[in-house]
Design a protein around this ligand. Structure first.
Ligand code: GUN
Length: 443
């Protein structure tokens, strides 16, 4: 099926979207109009009746009928490592710290400009094929490879937050004397931020990206957080992923109350901070993380692949945490956010079956919300993307739900059942188009 390559356009399709005000909207026959600027101008029940709380159509554009495809918001991958993608699926059975040494650091060390130029366009296309329209990306430590990653994202059209990994301890940088690593990493990160943050009217953003507490001095954490604040950029890092890691952090930072306190003392917590994994947090850490407004990137596939643990998602949500989903490739083997939702849902069931987690279960629509609006909210962009609502930028996907129908089954027209089918029977070819600001992404 030929899909519109750029705005303006109007689609006639099935619609499934979370709503910013809560709940969701499902229409088996909807009219979705994207204006010249790539914004959603109208979202209506076919042939033109405005949905509850939405404006009437501004355009009489002829509609392209793509039924039975379902239009949904593009998905947000809140945590993914670009240089690691070739290692996806490798190293099962290893714990985090062994796996980092064996599969990750050598791969990142070799991530030069030529490798980045060749890999980044392939990865962004693979993301589009999986339905990811926004990616929050860790690079390697080499600044020129970050320029290559940004250039590839700029050309491809995906929305991306990207950062150079910062490490002045436990690092693979053997080219510089130790005393110069800190200064160089801070300076290069600031230069990259200055150059790329806000490019293309905010489609590209920068994240200061310390690798994790074990790879950073207190000064690196503090100075990177101060830079992020002064630029108004993001600050991202993992926290409390693996029990051995947590124990080592306790030894490395004896003055800190706990793992979160290492970042708190650095002045790094806040609404532009995205903390990945967050599995083994104490009650006090959970309360402080939420109070600080910091965001959580939940990476269920990676947490299972590396046997890191099961994050108590339902509890975090009940306590008011802002959570999105991350593939954490290559910790997670797969770029698909529907795949994250599926494994996350299974993990939460296992947690309940084991007697942990009494908070309300996240249902299939809740998982779709986490993969879309949850990620947008985590980035402070819930008013811009994450749902198919008038006024937002048209970051959309079109999904072929027929590929999720089992032998002998039939298409479902209940939104909760549809969400369940898309998540639990997702298919690699299911996403047939992905747009950012109404521009079709190469896939
Ligand atoms: N902690 C520090 N670095 C990494 C990484 O690359 N992947 C994962 N999963 N955890 C980390």
């Amino acid at each position: 099926m030929k899909l519109p390559a750029g705005p303006p356009f109007t689609l006639r399709a099935q619609l499934l979207t979370p709503l910013g005000g809560g709940g969701h909207q499902f229409e088996s026959d909807a009219r979705i109009t994207v204006d010249r600027q790539g914004r959603l101008a109208s979202v209506e029940r076919w042939p033109g009746e405005p949905l509850a709380g939405m404006e009437p159509a501004a355009s009489s554009e002829p509609a392209l009928d793509i039924r039975p495809l379902t239009v949904m918001p593009g998905m947000v991958d809140l945590h993914v490592h670009l240089p690691q993608t070739p290692s996806a699926g490798l190293g099962y059975g290893l714990d985090l710290l062994t796996w980092l040494g064996r599969y990750v650091f050598p791969r990142e060390q070799a991530f030069d400009v030529a490798t980045a130029r060749s890999l980044a366009p392939q990865v962004f296309r693979a993301m589009a094929r999986a339905g990811t329209t926004t990616a929050v990306v860790y690079g390697a430590i080499w600044a020129p490879s970050l320029d290559a990653a940004f250039e590839a994202a700029e050309r491809h059209g995906i929305r991306a937050v990207i950062g150079k990994v910062m490490m002045d301890e436990l690092t693979y940088d053997d080219g510089l004397p130790r005393e110069r690593i800190l200064e160089t990493s801070l300076r290069q990160s600031a230069e990259l931020c200055e150059k790329w943050d806000g490019r293309d009217a905010g489609r590209l953003r920068y994240a200061f990206t310390p690798r994790f507490a074990l790879s950073c001095s207190a000064e690196m954490l503090r100075e990177s957080a101060a830079l992020a604040q002064s630029f108004g950029a993001y600050w991202q890092t993992p926290i409390s992923e693996d029990k051995a890691e947590v124990a080592q952090v306790r030894q490395r930072f004896p003055e800190a109350r706990d793992y979160l306190d290492v970042y708190d003392r650095a002045g790094a917590l806040g609404e532009r901070t995205i903390l990945a994994h967050a599995i083994h947090l104490s009650d006090g850490e959970i309360a402080r993380l939420i109070e600080s407004g910091s965001r959580i990137a939940h990476c269920p596939a990676s947490n299972l692949f590396l046997a890191s643990g099961v994050m108590p998602l339902a509890r975090y949500l009940a306590e008011g945490a802002v959570v999105g989903l991350g593939s954490d490739v290559a910790g997670g083997p797969d770029l698909s956010m529907l795949g994250q939702a599926r494994l996350g849902a299974y993990a939460q069931n296992a947690l309940r079956a084991a007697g942990g987690g009494s908070a309300e279960l996240v249902d299939a629509l809740g998982w779709l919300r986490l993969a879309t609006l949850g990620g947008a909210d985590a980035l402070g962009l819930a008013s811009v993307l994450g749902s198919v609502e008038v006024g937002k930028e048209a970051d959309l996907i079109a999904v072929d739900g027929s590929l999720a129908v089992p032998p002998g089954g039939s298409e479902v027209d209940d939104p909760l059942e549809l969400a369940g089918r898309l998540i639990f029977r997702s298919h690699p070819e299911m996403v047939v188009g992905a747009w950012v600001r109404g521009r079709l992404l190469p896939a």
